[in-house]
Design a protein around this ligand. Structure first.
Ligand code: BGC
Length: 438
């Protein structure tokens, strides 16, 4: 088994490669691979039977709607199996990951759990907590239906350790169309400075908090967006392999911009979950929210229409960049019902499962053979961006950094939210990098 540092460095190295190559898949086209193998893995018709306990943090609202879409199909395809919902509420796994860690530690694994492709998954692999699922990926069609670079992020020493369900974009600003109109804003701001000038206009039009934020992980995600804007793709990606120093002038500038952005935002409580911030945009209490595209599902859930009620643009300064994360599902070592787990994984990885799930979730299929024309406008744009843009890995959502490093960054960001001490944040971020990169 690879060591943590080797694995992390490998992931960082993949960032650059992934991206160019991800652009060469057929994500946007209707040119699906009709010849992809579809051989089912399980031999028992109707599924292996027994309980299949699946652990996620899709416990409520629009996220539960995505899970429900999968469960409905699972029940249809595998009537012998009984889906057991082990979801723990809290966006980005803010509560779930601690519970999962203790269940794994105590040898009480679920039958499958949600883990992010990239550095976070490597944590579980390094600890020997999950099993390879090469047979499932192969039965689903392997590289003929999943982008090779995505599979690389799930692979260690030739073994693939999870089945990806979707790809989310984390550098998106969601905006309330009526609030922008009232403030006289009709152009997409080209950089952070122009965006903050627009926020002044929003304030002048009577909305006191132009930008909405929620609890700590949403702040980490906002900071990550500013780092991408101020450091560019190479500078940002270099943060994860030691090439870019966390106490460099560019990071200091990003922290300064991040502080300015927060001065336009509401005051969040640590435990506020992401819908609190996204709903501020929906309700016209804020003009903008930086959020992953699970926000689309929230707009849909509240009956809001793209164009008429809401609009989106890449976070200013990050146009042409796709801040990537992917959910994927595992087979934990010691799972009670591995046959049932494999039924679940086959469903997650099937074209039908990916279409049903991603339509409800706001993300795009990890598979390359689900036609773009089956999806609404936002997701078609996201598919095109994933194909054409440069890809970077999300910090807040497990793609760029390990669970431990993410926890250290979150502690630093939470401390900063109270103190607003820029020098302290830079030195805490640099210390976290030193500790975790070695
Ligand atoms: C997950 C998404 C989820 C979001 C908010 C991310 O870490 O990958 O599936 O919607 O957190 O909970």
């Amino acid at each position: 088994m690879r060591s943590r540092n080797v694995a992390s460095a490998a992931i960082a190295g993949l960032v650059a490669v992934a991206l160019a190559a991800c652009g060469s898949n057929t994500q946007t086209g209707d040119t699906g691979n009709a010849n992809a193998p579809t051989t089912p893995l399980q031999t028992t018709s109707g599924g292996a039977g027994g309980d299949v306990g699946v652990f996620t943090w899709w416990a409520a609202g629009s996220e539960k709607a995505g899970l429900d879409a999968l469960v409905k199909l699972f029940n249809e395809k595998y009537p012998n199996d009984k889906f057991v919902n082990l979801a723990v509420a809290g966006g980005a796994g803010s509560n779930a990951k601690a519970k999962l860690a203790s269940d794994l530690q105590n040898n009480q694994p679920p039958d499958s759990f949600q883990g992010h492709a990239g550095a976070e998954l490597l944590d579980y692999i390094d600890k020997g907590q999950i099993e390879p699922v090469n047979d499932v990926i192969k039965a689903l069609g392997g590289e003929s239906v999943f982008p090779k670079d995505l599979l690389d992020r799930l692979t260690v020493e030739g073994n693939i350790y999870s089945v990806p369900s979707n790809i989310h974009r984390a550098n998106v600003v969601w905006a309330n169309a009526a609030v922008l109109k009232k403030a006289g804003i009709n152009e997409v701001p080209k950089d952070l400075k122009a965006w903050m000038a627009d926020m002044d206009k929003v304030k002048a039009s009577g909305v006191s908090t132009p930008l909405s934020v929620s609890g700590t992980w949403t702040q980490v995600q906002l900071l990550e967006n500013v780092l991408i804007a101020d450091l560019g793709v190479d500078g940002y990606s270099g943060l994860f392999d030691g090439k870019t120093k966390w106490d460099s002038d560019q990071v200091k500038q990003a922290v300064g911009d991040y502080k300015k952005l927060l001065s336009y935002a509401n005051t969040a409580s640590d435990g506020d979950d992401w819908p609190v911030a996204t709903d501020m945009v929906i309700d016209g209490k804020a003009a903008y929210n930086v959020m992953g595209d699970w926000a689309v599902a929230e707009f849909n859930d509240k009956g809001k229409k793209q164009g008429q009620d809401w609009t989106w643009f890449p976070t200013p300064g990050t146009d042409g960049v796709f801040d990537f994360l992917a959910d994927s599902f595992t087979l934990p070592k010691g799972a009670k019902n591995p046959g049932g787990t494999k039924d679940w994984l086959m469903l997650i990885g099937s074209a039908e499962g990916q279409k049903a799930f991603n339509l409800a979730k706001g993300s795009i299929p990890a598979r390359t053979d689900v036609p773009a024309s089956d999806f609404p406008a936002y997701q078609q744009d996201a598919m095109k961006a994933f194909k054409d843009n440069k890809i970077v890995s999300s910090i807040a959502h497990g793609a760029a950094v390990s669970l431990a490093w993410n926890a250290d960054i979150s502690t630093a960001v939470s401390k900063f939210y109270a103190s607003k001490d820029e020098n302290q944040l830079v030195s805490d971020l640099a210390a976290a990098a030193k500790k975790n990169l070695g």
